[in-house]
Unconditional design. Structure first.
Length: 159
């Protein structure tokens, strides 16, 4: 069974989001060993300067890099990444699962990810050109990974 690691900045505050993540974590346990790594984002003032943002992203990148499991296929979630359909994500998951490669998905802070993390990634993935709250996005990503496994097995979950 492959390992899927989700590295994310910040903790889930809302109960309904924690419940959703817990539900998809439970569902995913049939297909992979899921590890969710929550890192604390760097605190910034209400209206940070670009240099303050850049500095925070650099510090967050250092924390992220330390938590990426060795040998994992790394996917950075970023708006400028490739857009995949659910079927294309399933193909990506299947290709890695079939070759026994573990996967690591990274969701940055509200200011995104540093270029260092993006360059380190094997795939830059954009779920949508729209902006979503990072806490909600975590549940959305886990649902899509679960959907990918269901597509791979030929389930009726994906219609």
């Amino acid at each position: 069974m492959i390992k899927v690691t989700l590295i994310t900045l910040g903790k889930l505050k809302e109960k309904y989001l924690r419940d959703a993540v817990e539900e998809y974590s439970k569902r995913l346990s049939r297909y992979c060993k899921l590890e969710i790594v929550e890192l604390s984002p760097i605190n910034l003032p209400e209206k940070p300067s670009q240099s303050e943002i850049d500095s925070a992203l650099t510090k967050e990148a250092e924390m992220i890099e330390k938590r990426i499991p060795d040998g994992s296929v790394v996917t950075a979630l970023c708006v400028e990444g490739k857009s995949f359909s659910s079927e294309q994500l399933a193909d990506f998951v299947a290709a890695n699962s079939n070759s026994g490669k573990n996967m690591c998905f990274i969701i940055g802070s509200s200011y995104g990810l540093s270029n260092t993390v993006k360059q380190r990634a094997d795939l830059r993935l954009s779920i949508s050109a729209m902006t979503f709250p990072h806490q909600l996005f975590r549940a959305m990503l886990l649902e899509q990974v679960y959907r990918a496994f269901k597509i791979i097995e030929g389930s009726t979950y994906h219609k």
